[in-house]
Design a protein around this ligand. Structure first.
Ligand SMILES: Cc1cc2nc3c(=O)[nH]c(=O)nc-3n(C[C@H](O)[C@H](O)[C@H](O)COP(=O)(O)OP(=O)(O)OC[C@H]3O[C@@H](n4cnc5c(N)ncnc54)[C@H](O)[C@@H]3O)c2cc1C
Length: 610
């Protein structure tokens, strides 16, 4: 970790600032309502390194490295064993019990909290709880959800129309806030924050930006011109051409912009695709973020969300979808009955796994071996918890974990299927949540989002302004807020899948202090001029690292064309095998909640056909 720019260090203990030299039973813990016992039993309130926290990944990595836990005699029997307690696994359990209401179900997950990527982060400050999303953030474009996924949302109590009321779509605009760019020194000469991207006239923004003369002229040109760079081609022809051309190539060779501008937009879409613009085809990025410079008149946008705004957001993101699924499966674990009261409900983790209950959710339990029992009428699942292996038997098993893990879990699968499962590399990324005392510096700088051209975190943004049930959004800039910062590894010379494998290695070996350093450094870079003081203003940090993040999706430059749907590797990979079926968003090669639920539905239907 490097320290520079005068950013002083202050130690954090599990993500909460600790005054150096303070006694171990620190007064801050009480002040923030974080009594140790509370936090230990209540995963959403844990700070520090979360997401795939230490203790969750080591067993499966040991399995991949060759360690074997032989199946023992089954200690318990269920109608269904589900591996993976994310939205897909929880939805699979629910679909199964809709088909067979008396079925007994065990769900295993390696984390200390349910929900998979859909995780809740809680902070307490001045007696108030502030909630953040640790991963899966929004129900994106619910109108595009499959029939089954849409019905699932309704069945668990979600009325998406209520978000039009709950999400304040005008708050930040009414305060005059907009996007800012923090330019880096390496590409632009000096670290400079320029506010008002898309709000100020482009010539004014360019005049303030540390661009060279050619880049400044090109910036204004490309933002204002109405040029069709592929004249004479039909829409289909241009689509065909542009899906083979990266956005970088388009900017450089068609729009002929100065090289400095390539560095300006290089990481613009990295939180979504997790690669730079050299690997994103124009046809994928052209609809992103309201449209990308230069493309609009060459490939008019369709607007992938249609008329639907991006507002379908619970304060803890889609963790509330997971929590409502848990309420449907284990009602006593999630008090309440509405989509409003789930926001403030405190989950009772002690009743998730109770003997005799029809559905049991067993956390901190990593499946290591899944095999048909003798006679092929059941499946034995061996899992490890607290270092000890146990075997349970299910009349059926649904694997709602990661495609890449399945060949190690089920060596009996055919080789072609294992290859199909191994094809898609999961995409690593990190959502860091930063509790700040107030967001006054953002308001003063007229900024709700800062894009960093080359720093560790790609962006920092204010929280989505959502008030639902008893939970009220931060009402004024003087109130505390949970900021969102996104980190995606980039720039080590790796590309595509190798970049993601390298990103995963780095995520699992980067200590909390490095994340903390960059939080402090980047917030100070951008906000210090408006009075931000990292020591004083940061009140907690939760780093949700997702080494196995987004499902692999086939929208990038290198993806080949397939002769048929059946030839796609993920379709080959998800075939039913005896009494095993495969759910999870990986199975649909789509990183979204719609995919997670739809694949669960398919896996359950297949289970009943087997
Ligand atoms: C940071 C981030 C932001 C996202 N934002 C959005 C968004 O805004 N909207 C959206 O629709 N989607 C979003 N997604 C995509 C998200 O992956 C899906 O929406 C959905 O949550 C995936 O659910 P899942 O159950 O398929 O997978 P997961 O959530 O990955 O759940 C699978 C579970 O299986 C567990 N598991 C794996 N191996 C084993 C094993 N051997 N034993 C036991 N358990 C195991 C995993 O640890 C995990 O808990 C986001 C993803 C990430 C990472």
């Amino acid at each position: 970790m490097k320290e520079d720019d005068g950013v002083t260090r202050r130690d954090f203990l599990n993500g909460v600032p600790l005054v150096i030299g303070a006694a171990l039973v620190a007064p801050w813990a009480e002040g923030l309502g974080l009594d140790d016992a509370n936090v230990a039993d209540y995963p959403p309130a844990k700070t520090g390194l979360r997401g795939t926290h230490d203790g969750a990944w080591e067993t499966m990595h040991a399995r991949v490295a060759g360690q074997i836990w032989p199946a023992g005699l089954p200690e318990e029997q269920y109608d269904l064993v589900v591996v993976g307690g994310g939205i897909s696994g929880l939805a699979a359990a629910r679909f199964y019990r809709k088909r067979e209401p008396r079925a007994s179900v065990l769900i295993l997950d390696n984390h200390d909290d349910f929900g998979g990527h859909a995780k809740r982060n809680e902070f307490t400050i001045d007696g108030q709880t502030r909630i953040g999303y640790g991963g899966t953030e929004s129900i994106d474009t619910p109108s595009a959800y499959s029939k089954e996924a849409r019905q699932t949302l309704i069945d668990i109590g979600i009325d998406t129309a209520k978000f039009y009321e709950a999400f304040d779509q005008t708050l930040y605009a009414s305060l005059g806030l907009g996007k800012a760019i923090q330019f880096d020194a390496e590409n632009f000469g000096k670290r400079t924050l320029v506010t008002g991207y898309g709000k100020r006239p482009w010539s004014e923004f360019a005049a303030m930006a540390p661009l060279n003369d050619r880049a400044r002229q090109d910036f204004v040109r490309i933002q204002t011109e109405t040029v069709d760079y592929l004249p004479g081609l039909t829409r289909e022809e241009r689509y065909e051409k542009l899906r083979r051309i990266s956005y970088e190539t388009f900017l450089r060779d068609y729009c002929k912009v100065a090289p400095q501008l390539l560095e300006l937009w290089r990481k613009w879409g990295i939180s979504f695709w997790c690669v730079g613009i050299d690997e994103i085809p124009c046809t994928s990025i052209h609809d992103y973020d309201g449209g990308m410079p230069g493309l609009d008149h060459t490939l008019p946008r369709y607007g992938h969300r249609g008329d639907e705004p991006y507002i379908f957001h619970f304060p803890d993101g889609n963790a509330s979808v997971a929590r409502l699924l848990v309420r449907a499966l284990v009602p006593s674990a999630m008090p309440g009955s509405t989509m409003e009261d789930v926001v403030t409900a405190r989950a009772d983790y002690a009743v998730l796994d109770v003997a005799g209950a029809p559905v049991r959710i067993r956390l901190n339990s990593t499946a290591v071996h899944v095999k048909h029992a003798p006679g092929d009428r059941a499946v034995d699942v061996t899992y490890v918890t607290k270092g000890k292996a146990h075997t349970v038997r299910g009349a059926r098993c649904i694997l709602a974990c990661y495609n890449g893990a399945i060949p190690y879990l089920c060596p009996e699968l055919p080789d072609a299927q294992k290859q199909g499962l191994a094809y898609g590399v999961k995409v690593p990324l990190t959502y860091t949540k930063v509790l700040v005392r107030n967001w006054r510096p953002f308001a003063e700088l007229k900024t709700d989002f800062v894009y960093y051209t080359k720093d560790f975190y790609k962006q920092v943004e204010l929280d989505y302004p959502v008030s639902l049930g008893g939970y009220k959004r931060s009402q004024t800039p003087d109130e505390p807020m949970v900021l969102h910062m996104c980190y995606v590894h980039h720039g080590s010379g790796h590309k595509g899948k190798e970049l993601w494998r390298e990103g995963r290695r780095r995520l699992l070996t980067t200590p909390f202090e490095v994340f903390e350093f960059h939080v402090r450094d980047q917030l100070s870079q951008s906000l210090a001029s408006a009075g931000f003081d990292a020591d004083r203003d940061i009140k907690g940090i939760t780093v949700n690292r997702w080494p196995h993040g987004y499902a692999y999706s086939p929208g990038l430059l290198w993806e080949p064309d397939y002769p048929s749907e059946e030839a796609k590797p993920w379709v080959v990979g998800r075939k039913p095998f005896g009494r095993l079926t495969i759910a999870n968003s990986d199975a649909g090669a789509r990183a979204d909640t719609n995919g997670a639920i739809s694949e669960a539905f398919r896996a359950v239907e297949e289970a009943f056909r087997s």
